[in-house]
Design a protein around this ligand. Structure first.
Ligand code: SF4
Length: 443
Protein backbone atom coordinates (compact mmCIF):
# COMPACT_ATOMS: atom_id res chain seq x y z
CA UNK A 1 0.00 0.00 0.00
CA UNK A 2 1.24 3.47 -0.90
CA UNK A 3 0.35 6.31 1.45
CA UNK A 4 0.64 9.97 0.58
CA UNK A 5 0.16 12.07 3.73
CA UNK A 6 -1.00 15.65 4.19
CA UNK A 7 0.05 17.87 7.10
CA UNK A 8 -1.81 21.14 6.47
CA UNK A 9 0.56 22.54 3.83
CA UNK A 10 0.08 21.87 0.12
CA UNK A 11 3.05 19.94 -1.31
CA UNK A 12 3.72 19.00 -4.93
CA UNK A 13 5.40 15.79 -3.90
CA UNK A 14 7.02 14.83 -7.20
CA UNK A 15 8.48 18.29 -7.94
CA UNK A 16 12.21 19.06 -7.72
CA UNK A 17 13.26 15.56 -8.71
CA UNK A 18 10.98 14.09 -6.04
CA UNK A 19 12.36 16.24 -3.25
CA UNK A 20 8.92 17.87 -3.34
CA UNK A 21 7.96 21.51 -3.37
CA UNK A 22 5.65 23.61 -1.18
CA UNK A 23 2.81 25.25 -3.12
CA UNK A 24 1.23 28.50 -2.02
CA UNK A 25 -1.89 27.81 -4.05
CA UNK A 26 -4.68 25.30 -3.49
CA UNK A 27 -4.25 23.29 -6.69
CA UNK A 28 -3.54 19.62 -6.16
CA UNK A 29 -0.96 17.69 -8.14
CA UNK A 30 -0.91 13.91 -8.35
CA UNK A 31 2.25 12.09 -7.36
CA UNK A 32 2.98 10.45 -10.70
CA UNK A 33 5.88 8.20 -9.53
CA UNK A 34 3.60 6.77 -6.82
CA UNK A 35 0.83 6.07 -9.35
CA UNK A 36 3.38 4.61 -11.79
CA UNK A 37 4.84 2.37 -9.09
CA UNK A 38 1.45 1.01 -8.04
CA UNK A 39 0.55 0.48 -11.72
CA UNK A 40 3.73 -1.53 -12.29
CA UNK A 41 3.14 -3.66 -9.19
CA UNK A 42 -0.39 -4.42 -10.36
CA UNK A 43 0.94 -5.96 -13.56
CA UNK A 44 2.28 -8.82 -11.39
CA UNK A 45 -0.23 -11.62 -10.88
CA UNK A 46 0.43 -12.05 -7.18
CA UNK A 47 0.55 -8.38 -6.12
CA UNK A 48 -2.24 -5.94 -5.54
CA UNK A 49 -1.11 -2.38 -4.91
CA UNK A 50 -3.43 0.29 -3.56
CA UNK A 51 -2.89 4.00 -2.92
CA UNK A 52 -4.25 6.02 -0.03
CA UNK A 53 -3.68 9.61 -1.10
CA UNK A 54 -4.71 11.98 1.69
CA UNK A 55 -4.91 14.86 -0.82
CA UNK A 56 -7.22 13.04 -3.21
CA UNK A 57 -9.46 11.92 -0.34
CA UNK A 58 -10.28 15.44 0.82
CA UNK A 59 -7.05 16.07 2.74
CA UNK A 60 -7.23 13.38 5.38
CA UNK A 61 -5.54 14.65 8.53
CA UNK A 62 -2.66 12.67 10.05
CA UNK A 63 -4.58 11.21 13.04
CA UNK A 64 -7.32 9.91 10.74
CA UNK A 65 -4.69 8.60 8.32
CA UNK A 66 -2.98 6.68 11.11
CA UNK A 67 -6.34 5.23 12.18
CA UNK A 68 -7.26 4.19 8.64
CA UNK A 69 -3.87 2.67 7.90
CA UNK A 70 -3.90 0.71 11.15
CA UNK A 71 -7.26 -0.82 10.20
CA UNK A 72 -6.37 -1.76 6.62
CA UNK A 73 -4.99 -5.07 5.41
CA UNK A 74 -1.65 -4.94 3.60
CA UNK A 75 1.79 -6.54 3.67
CA UNK A 76 4.00 -3.53 3.08
CA UNK A 77 3.56 0.19 3.35
CA UNK A 78 5.42 2.68 1.11
CA UNK A 79 5.64 6.35 2.07
CA UNK A 80 7.53 8.85 -0.03
CA UNK A 81 9.18 11.57 2.04
CA UNK A 82 9.74 15.16 0.90
CA UNK A 83 12.22 17.75 2.13
CA UNK A 84 9.47 19.98 3.47
CA UNK A 85 7.77 17.21 5.43
CA UNK A 86 10.44 14.63 6.21
CA UNK A 87 10.26 15.13 9.98
CA UNK A 88 6.48 14.74 9.89
CA UNK A 89 6.79 11.73 7.56
CA UNK A 90 9.14 10.00 9.98
CA UNK A 91 6.85 10.77 12.91
CA UNK A 92 3.86 9.50 10.94
CA UNK A 93 5.67 6.23 10.30
CA UNK A 94 6.58 5.99 14.00
CA UNK A 95 2.93 6.46 14.95
CA UNK A 96 1.75 3.92 12.36
CA UNK A 97 4.22 1.40 13.75
CA UNK A 98 2.92 2.08 17.27
CA UNK A 99 -0.67 1.61 16.10
CA UNK A 100 0.23 -1.43 14.06
CA UNK A 101 3.25 -3.24 15.53
CA UNK A 102 5.29 -5.23 13.05
CA UNK A 103 4.10 -3.21 10.06
CA UNK A 104 6.76 -3.31 7.30
CA UNK A 105 7.47 0.24 6.15
CA UNK A 106 9.46 1.37 3.11
CA UNK A 107 10.42 4.99 2.42
CA UNK A 108 11.13 6.40 -1.03
CA UNK A 109 11.99 9.73 -2.69
CA UNK A 110 15.26 11.66 -2.82
CA UNK A 111 15.00 13.00 0.73
CA UNK A 112 14.97 9.60 2.37
CA UNK A 113 17.57 8.35 -0.13
CA UNK A 114 19.88 11.13 1.08
CA UNK A 115 19.03 10.31 4.70
CA UNK A 116 19.39 6.57 4.36
CA UNK A 117 22.27 6.30 6.82
CA UNK A 118 20.47 8.38 9.43
CA UNK A 119 17.13 6.60 8.90
CA UNK A 120 18.76 3.18 9.19
CA UNK A 121 20.54 4.13 12.42
CA UNK A 122 17.76 6.09 14.10
CA UNK A 123 14.39 4.64 13.10
CA UNK A 124 12.82 1.23 12.78
CA UNK A 125 11.90 1.83 9.14
CA UNK A 126 12.46 -1.49 7.39
CA UNK A 127 13.71 -0.36 3.99
CA UNK A 128 14.81 2.78 2.18
CA UNK A 129 14.53 2.90 -1.61
CA UNK A 130 17.39 5.00 -2.95
CA UNK A 131 16.53 5.10 -6.65
CA UNK A 132 13.44 6.39 -8.50
CA UNK A 133 10.65 4.25 -7.09
CA UNK A 134 9.12 3.19 -10.42
CA UNK A 135 12.52 1.82 -11.51
CA UNK A 136 12.85 -0.06 -8.23
CA UNK A 137 9.38 -1.62 -8.46
CA UNK A 138 9.84 -2.51 -12.13
CA UNK A 139 12.96 -4.52 -11.23
CA UNK A 140 11.12 -6.11 -8.30
CA UNK A 141 8.37 -7.36 -10.62
CA UNK A 142 10.36 -8.18 -13.75
CA UNK A 143 13.83 -8.94 -12.37
CA UNK A 144 15.43 -6.58 -14.87
CA UNK A 145 15.91 -2.83 -15.30
CA UNK A 146 13.06 -1.08 -17.08
CA UNK A 147 13.38 1.85 -19.44
CA UNK A 148 10.83 4.63 -19.69
CA UNK A 149 9.29 2.70 -22.61
CA UNK A 150 8.70 -0.32 -20.40
CA UNK A 151 6.55 1.66 -17.99
CA UNK A 152 2.80 1.10 -18.38
CA UNK A 153 0.32 3.95 -18.76
CA UNK A 154 -0.24 5.30 -15.22
CA UNK A 155 -3.45 3.86 -13.81
CA UNK A 156 -5.15 6.94 -12.42
CA UNK A 157 -8.20 4.89 -11.44
CA UNK A 158 -6.17 3.70 -8.43
CA UNK A 159 -6.90 7.10 -6.87
CA UNK A 160 -9.73 9.59 -6.72
CA UNK A 161 -8.03 11.39 -9.60
CA UNK A 162 -10.82 13.94 -10.14
CA UNK A 163 -9.54 15.64 -7.00
CA UNK A 164 -6.34 16.62 -8.86
CA UNK A 165 -7.49 20.03 -9.96
CA UNK A 166 -5.74 23.22 -10.98
CA UNK A 167 -6.54 26.64 -9.54
CA UNK A 168 -9.51 26.94 -11.92
CA UNK A 169 -10.96 23.64 -10.70
CA UNK A 170 -10.12 21.73 -13.90
CA UNK A 171 -9.04 18.10 -13.62
CA UNK A 172 -5.30 18.24 -14.31
CA UNK A 173 -3.37 14.98 -14.60
CA UNK A 174 0.33 14.57 -15.25
CA UNK A 175 2.35 12.45 -17.65
CA UNK A 176 5.93 11.89 -18.72
CA UNK A 177 6.87 12.00 -22.40
CA UNK A 178 10.55 11.93 -21.37
CA UNK A 179 12.55 12.04 -18.18
CA UNK A 180 15.70 13.86 -17.07
CA UNK A 181 17.61 16.35 -19.14
CA UNK A 182 20.81 16.44 -21.19
CA UNK A 183 21.69 19.99 -20.06
CA UNK A 184 23.56 19.06 -16.85
CA UNK A 185 23.20 22.25 -14.78
CA UNK A 186 25.30 21.43 -11.75
CA UNK A 187 22.58 22.30 -9.17
CA UNK A 188 19.81 20.28 -10.84
CA UNK A 189 18.02 17.80 -8.54
CA UNK A 190 16.41 16.00 -11.51
CA UNK A 191 19.58 14.80 -13.21
CA UNK A 192 21.01 13.81 -9.83
CA UNK A 193 18.12 11.37 -9.35
CA UNK A 194 17.06 10.31 -12.82
CA UNK A 195 20.45 10.17 -14.56
CA UNK A 196 20.53 10.25 -18.34
CA UNK A 197 17.79 11.76 -20.48
CA UNK A 198 15.23 9.15 -21.61
CA UNK A 199 12.54 9.88 -24.22
CA UNK A 200 9.38 7.75 -24.19
CA UNK A 201 8.20 6.16 -27.40
CA UNK A 202 5.67 8.49 -29.07
CA UNK A 203 3.15 5.65 -29.57
CA UNK A 204 3.16 5.07 -25.83
CA UNK A 205 2.87 8.77 -25.01
CA UNK A 206 -0.12 8.97 -27.33
CA UNK A 207 -1.68 5.96 -25.59
CA UNK A 208 -1.11 7.69 -22.25
CA UNK A 209 -2.75 10.89 -23.52
CA UNK A 210 -5.75 9.00 -24.92
CA UNK A 211 -6.21 7.18 -21.62
CA UNK A 212 -6.09 10.37 -19.54
CA UNK A 213 -8.48 12.16 -21.87
CA UNK A 214 -10.89 9.21 -21.72
CA UNK A 215 -10.83 9.54 -17.93
CA UNK A 216 -11.89 13.17 -18.18
CA UNK A 217 -8.58 15.01 -17.88
CA UNK A 218 -9.20 18.63 -18.84
CA UNK A 219 -5.55 19.57 -18.61
CA UNK A 220 -2.48 17.37 -19.01
CA UNK A 221 0.74 18.62 -17.54
CA UNK A 222 3.81 16.97 -19.04
CA UNK A 223 6.28 16.69 -16.19
CA UNK A 224 9.26 16.37 -18.58
CA UNK A 225 12.19 18.55 -17.62
CA UNK A 226 12.94 19.39 -21.28
CA UNK A 227 9.82 18.63 -23.32
CA UNK A 228 11.05 19.79 -26.73
CA UNK A 229 14.55 18.36 -26.37
CA UNK A 230 13.90 16.36 -29.54
CA UNK A 231 11.71 18.52 -31.74
CA UNK A 232 10.92 15.77 -34.27
CA UNK A 233 9.38 13.62 -31.55
CA UNK A 234 7.19 16.46 -30.35
CA UNK A 235 6.20 17.39 -33.91
CA UNK A 236 5.14 13.79 -34.44
CA UNK A 237 3.23 13.67 -31.14
CA UNK A 238 1.42 16.96 -31.81
CA UNK A 239 0.55 16.06 -35.40
CA UNK A 240 -0.96 12.78 -34.27
CA UNK A 241 -2.94 14.50 -31.50
CA UNK A 242 -4.29 16.91 -34.12
CA UNK A 243 -5.04 14.08 -36.62
CA UNK A 244 -6.92 12.16 -33.94
CA UNK A 245 -8.76 15.31 -32.88
CA UNK A 246 -7.72 14.81 -29.24
CA UNK A 247 -9.23 17.69 -27.34
CA UNK A 248 -7.21 18.54 -24.26
CA UNK A 249 -5.27 21.54 -23.02
CA UNK A 250 -1.72 20.81 -21.96
CA UNK A 251 1.29 22.33 -20.28
CA UNK A 252 4.97 21.62 -20.74
CA UNK A 253 8.32 22.77 -19.40
CA UNK A 254 11.14 23.33 -21.83
CA UNK A 255 14.06 25.44 -22.96
CA UNK A 256 12.93 28.47 -24.96
CA UNK A 257 15.81 28.22 -27.42
CA UNK A 258 14.45 24.87 -28.60
CA UNK A 259 11.19 26.45 -29.78
CA UNK A 260 10.59 27.71 -33.29
CA UNK A 261 7.49 29.21 -34.81
CA UNK A 262 6.41 26.13 -36.82
CA UNK A 263 6.78 23.89 -33.80
CA UNK A 264 4.88 26.28 -31.55
CA UNK A 265 2.06 26.54 -34.11
CA UNK A 266 1.75 22.76 -34.12
CA UNK A 267 1.91 22.57 -30.31
CA UNK A 268 -0.75 25.25 -30.01
CA UNK A 269 -3.01 23.42 -32.48
CA UNK A 270 -2.54 20.25 -30.41
CA UNK A 271 -3.71 22.04 -27.24
CA UNK A 272 -0.67 23.73 -25.71
CA UNK A 273 -1.79 26.39 -23.21
CA UNK A 274 1.26 27.14 -21.02
CA UNK A 275 5.02 26.89 -21.45
CA UNK A 276 7.19 26.89 -18.32
CA UNK A 277 10.91 27.59 -18.61
CA UNK A 278 13.92 28.33 -16.45
CA UNK A 279 15.95 31.51 -16.77
CA UNK A 280 17.37 31.23 -13.24
CA UNK A 281 19.64 34.27 -13.13
CA UNK A 282 20.15 37.59 -14.86
CA UNK A 283 23.89 37.20 -14.40
CA UNK A 284 25.64 35.19 -17.12
CA UNK A 285 28.79 34.62 -15.05
CA UNK A 286 26.74 32.94 -12.35
CA UNK A 287 24.95 30.78 -14.91
CA UNK A 288 28.26 29.77 -16.49
CA UNK A 289 29.64 28.80 -13.08
CA UNK A 290 26.82 26.25 -12.82
CA UNK A 291 27.01 25.05 -16.42
CA UNK A 292 23.53 26.48 -16.85
CA UNK A 293 22.89 27.46 -20.45
CA UNK A 294 19.40 28.88 -20.64
CA UNK A 295 19.95 30.75 -23.90
CA UNK A 296 20.39 34.35 -24.97
CA UNK A 297 18.29 37.09 -23.38
CA UNK A 298 17.29 38.46 -26.78
CA UNK A 299 16.03 35.02 -27.80
CA UNK A 300 14.14 34.60 -24.53
CA UNK A 301 12.44 37.97 -25.03
CA UNK A 302 11.53 37.09 -28.62
CA UNK A 303 10.20 33.63 -27.72
CA UNK A 304 8.02 34.95 -24.91
CA UNK A 305 6.60 37.56 -27.28
CA UNK A 306 5.98 34.91 -29.94
CA UNK A 307 4.18 32.66 -27.45
CA UNK A 308 2.10 35.56 -26.17
CA UNK A 309 1.15 36.60 -29.71
CA UNK A 310 -0.10 33.07 -30.29
CA UNK A 311 -2.18 33.08 -27.10
CA UNK A 312 0.09 30.77 -25.10
CA UNK A 313 0.83 31.60 -21.47
CA UNK A 314 4.40 31.65 -20.19
CA UNK A 315 5.84 30.98 -16.75
CA UNK A 316 9.50 31.67 -15.92
CA UNK A 317 11.57 30.36 -13.03
CA UNK A 318 14.30 32.40 -11.36
CA UNK A 319 16.68 31.54 -8.56
CA UNK A 320 17.63 34.06 -5.89
CA UNK A 321 20.57 33.48 -3.56
CA UNK A 322 23.17 31.66 -5.63
CA UNK A 323 26.35 31.47 -3.52
CA UNK A 324 27.85 34.23 -5.72
CA UNK A 325 24.74 36.45 -5.62
CA UNK A 326 24.95 39.99 -4.27
CA UNK A 327 22.26 42.66 -3.85
CA UNK A 328 23.25 43.92 -7.30
CA UNK A 329 23.11 40.55 -9.04
CA UNK A 330 19.73 39.55 -7.57
CA UNK A 331 18.33 42.90 -8.66
CA UNK A 332 19.77 42.17 -12.12
CA UNK A 333 17.81 38.93 -12.03
CA UNK A 334 14.64 40.88 -11.24
CA UNK A 335 15.33 43.31 -14.09
CA UNK A 336 15.94 40.35 -16.40
CA UNK A 337 12.53 38.94 -15.39
CA UNK A 338 10.96 42.31 -16.16
CA UNK A 339 12.66 42.42 -19.55
CA UNK A 340 11.61 38.90 -20.53
CA UNK A 341 8.09 39.70 -19.33
CA UNK A 342 6.53 36.22 -18.92
CA UNK A 343 2.92 36.09 -17.76
CA UNK A 344 3.86 34.34 -14.53
CA UNK A 345 7.14 34.39 -12.61
CA UNK A 346 8.38 32.13 -9.91
CA UNK A 347 11.28 33.36 -7.77
CA UNK A 348 12.83 30.53 -5.77
CA UNK A 349 15.50 30.37 -3.11
CA UNK A 350 18.75 28.74 -4.22
CA UNK A 351 19.38 25.54 -2.39
CA UNK A 352 21.75 22.68 -2.96
CA UNK A 353 20.79 19.05 -2.94
CA UNK A 354 24.32 17.93 -3.73
CA UNK A 355 25.59 16.88 -0.32
CA UNK A 356 29.28 16.16 0.18
CA UNK A 357 28.82 13.68 2.99
CA UNK A 358 25.40 12.06 2.96
CA UNK A 359 26.30 9.78 5.84
CA UNK A 360 26.41 12.73 8.22
CA UNK A 361 23.08 14.22 7.09
CA UNK A 362 20.21 14.45 9.56
CA UNK A 363 16.58 15.50 8.95
CA UNK A 364 17.51 18.90 10.46
CA UNK A 365 19.25 19.76 7.20
CA UNK A 366 15.85 20.23 5.54
CA UNK A 367 13.72 23.28 6.37
CA UNK A 368 10.26 22.23 7.48
CA UNK A 369 7.46 23.35 5.16
CA UNK A 370 9.84 25.37 2.98
CA UNK A 371 11.59 24.70 -0.31
CA UNK A 372 15.17 24.69 0.91
CA UNK A 373 17.78 23.13 3.08
CA UNK A 374 19.20 24.81 6.18
CA UNK A 375 22.64 25.10 4.60
CA UNK A 376 23.50 28.77 4.08
CA UNK A 377 25.02 29.08 0.63
CA UNK A 378 25.31 32.74 -0.24
CA UNK A 379 28.56 34.48 0.67
CA UNK A 380 27.00 37.96 0.63
CA UNK A 381 23.33 37.57 1.49
CA UNK A 382 21.68 36.08 4.55
CA UNK A 383 18.69 33.76 4.29
CA UNK A 384 16.48 36.59 5.58
CA UNK A 385 17.79 38.93 2.88
CA UNK A 386 17.22 36.34 0.15
CA UNK A 387 13.65 35.74 1.31
CA UNK A 388 13.05 39.49 1.51
CA UNK A 389 14.19 39.84 -2.12
CA UNK A 390 11.95 36.96 -3.23
CA UNK A 391 8.87 38.43 -1.50
CA UNK A 392 9.64 41.91 -2.80
CA UNK A 393 10.29 40.79 -6.39
CA UNK A 394 7.15 38.65 -6.44
CA UNK A 395 5.09 41.60 -5.25
CA UNK A 396 6.71 44.07 -7.63
CA UNK A 397 6.24 41.76 -10.59
CA UNK A 398 2.58 41.05 -9.86
CA UNK A 399 1.87 44.74 -9.26
CA UNK A 400 3.57 45.71 -12.50
CA UNK A 401 2.18 42.96 -14.72
CA UNK A 402 -1.25 42.52 -13.21
CA UNK A 403 -2.25 45.16 -10.67
CA UNK A 404 -1.53 46.29 -7.15
CA UNK A 405 -4.75 44.74 -5.87
CA UNK A 406 -3.68 41.30 -7.12
CA UNK A 407 -0.23 41.79 -5.58
CA UNK A 408 -1.91 42.64 -2.27
CA UNK A 409 -4.16 39.55 -2.47
CA UNK A 410 -1.60 36.99 -3.60
CA UNK A 411 1.74 38.31 -2.43
CA UNK A 412 0.68 39.85 0.86
CA UNK A 413 -2.65 38.51 2.12
CA UNK A 414 -2.37 34.88 0.99
CA UNK A 415 1.36 34.76 1.68
CA UNK A 416 0.85 36.05 5.22
CA UNK A 417 -1.91 33.47 5.71
CA UNK A 418 0.48 30.78 4.51
CA UNK A 419 3.23 31.96 6.86
CA UNK A 420 0.80 32.08 9.79
CA UNK A 421 -0.37 28.57 8.90
CA UNK A 422 3.21 27.28 8.91
CA UNK A 423 3.91 29.08 12.21
CA UNK A 424 0.94 27.34 13.85
CA UNK A 425 1.91 23.98 12.38
CA UNK A 426 5.46 24.34 13.69
CA UNK A 427 4.07 25.24 17.14
CA UNK A 428 2.58 21.72 17.26
CA UNK A 429 6.17 20.52 17.56
CA UNK A 430 5.65 17.55 15.24
CA UNK A 431 2.89 16.13 17.47
CA UNK A 432 0.64 14.84 14.66
CA UNK A 433 -2.40 14.44 16.94
CA UNK A 434 -2.11 18.04 18.15
CA UNK A 435 -1.54 19.17 14.57
CA UNK A 436 -4.64 17.30 13.38
CA UNK A 437 -6.78 18.87 16.10
CA UNK A 438 -5.48 22.33 15.29
CA UNK A 439 -6.18 21.88 11.57
CA UNK A 440 -9.61 20.39 12.26
CA UNK A 441 -10.58 23.23 14.63
CA UNK A 442 -9.61 25.74 11.99
CA UNK A 443 -11.89 24.33 9.29
S1 SF4 B 1 17.96 22.73 -17.88
FE1 SF4 B 1 16.66 22.42 -16.06
S2 SF4 B 1 16.18 20.21 -16.00
FE2 SF4 B 1 17.93 20.52 -17.41
S3 SF4 B 1 19.76 20.17 -16.15
FE3 SF4 B 1 19.34 22.38 -16.15
S4 SF4 B 1 18.03 22.71 -14.32
FE4 SF4 B 1 18.02 20.50 -14.77
Amino acid sequence: MFVRPYYGVNIHTDAQGEYGSVLHSNDVFPDLPVINSATILNTAENIQAVILDAYAEGRILPDELIRRVSEMTFDKLVIKTTTATVKSDLELIRQIKLARPGCYVITAGQTSADLKTWITANTDIDQVITEPMDKYFYRLVYGTDGTIDDMPTPDYTLVNYKAYTDDSGRVRLTLLASRSCPMKCSYCPYIKYYGDYEPRDTDKVLDDVRTLVSLGAEVIQFRDQFFTCNKDRIRDLCQRMIDENIKVSWICETKLSSLDEDLVDLMKKAGLMLVCFGVESGNTEILEAYNSNKGELSDQIAKVKMLRDKGILTMAFYIIGFPEDTWESVYDTYKCAETIGSDIVNFNEYTTFYFEDKDSLTPDVFCQFANSTNIDMSASLSREEIRYAIDLFSTMYTAGHDCLEKAYTYNHKLMNAYKENVRRILMCDNDLYRLSEMLRDRT
